[in-house]
Write a protein that binds this ligand. Sequence first.
Ligand code: TXA
Ligand code: MG
Length: 336
Amino acid sequence: METKIKTIKNGLKDAKRILYDGGLVAFPTETVYGLGANALDDDAVKSIFIAKGRPQDNPLIVHLSSKKEITKYVKSVNDLEKQIINTFMPGPITLVLEKNESISNVVTAGLNTVGIRIPENKVAHKFLKKVKLPVAAPSANTSKRPSPTNALDVFEDMNGKISLIIDGGSTDVGVESTVIRVVDSKILLLRPGKVNKQDLEEKIGCEVIDKTKLQKDEKPESPGMKYTHYAPKCDMVLVISNNGDIIKKLSNIYDDLIKKKRNPVILCSNSSSKLLNDKNIITLGNDSNEACSNLFSTLRIAEKEYDYIICEFVEGGTMEDAFYNRASKSSGGNIL
Ligand code: TXA
Ligand code: MG
């Protein structure tokens, strides 16, 4: 299968036809690129799992063009959920609700709940509005790989497997949506993202329980939490300052790897990069928000040139939890 990359202007008609024919279309959102299928077509949804090599028990998010679509696919929306929808949607958030019979078990991997998301990205919105379908979409990467944040990164993983990628440039947020669920008038935070715990507490005014840092043996609320994720093709370590001298720590790890004849690179904040001399360096930005925006694309660049990624935990900004979550998983839990 030939994989074409098209702008929304040139590709929208094809995208609609492909979805109605049961095919897959990759499209941009403000978080990462999604790999979309008609959520009402079980065979099409099954082919997402095949294209990604995704475990069957990991449910998909359903993307909609507007808030008024939501009630078509869920049993009910309570006051707290309404408040969340009205405050944060469209935006980089997914709300898990009890599904109705129009959403099949293939989409939700057998769960009686469905993740609903309304992206605010203009291209995503145009695409969803035009196709007039609920679109089931995970991130458009091969399972376990860093999520794609531009059309070429989608192409790298999906070339030959899907026929169309809608190119909307680089995504803004760079990591996937915040996933939440309301249980007993409390918000469970299932995956950290741009909308953080404090945003939820301040704007919704209820307790937020962080379920993203699983205790040993605890069953994850969100099936996706238990898998290896976002891994580059080379070794990686996440380095945390712990109130110590981060520059010294990064340098020591780097020098040690050089002694072992490895070819390392340091991914770090702009300020750290100025203090690290004579080393291979790629900067991630000024704070956790910029670092999230650049993380996945940088991992895909670094893995092609180096054999060891030393990644600084970039502090500051509002996305420290999201950055820590993704970078620690990318490193396979190798944290110093
Ligand atoms: O930003 C995003 O959310 C992107 C874009 C394309 O929208 N999508 C995305 O999808 O990241 P995916 O499939 O890579 O991650 C979805 C996450 C998984 O961790 C999954 O387990 C969780 O959401 N999830 C989906 N439905 C759920 C449900 N009913 N209950 C609990 N967790 C759910
Ligand atoms: Mg994913």
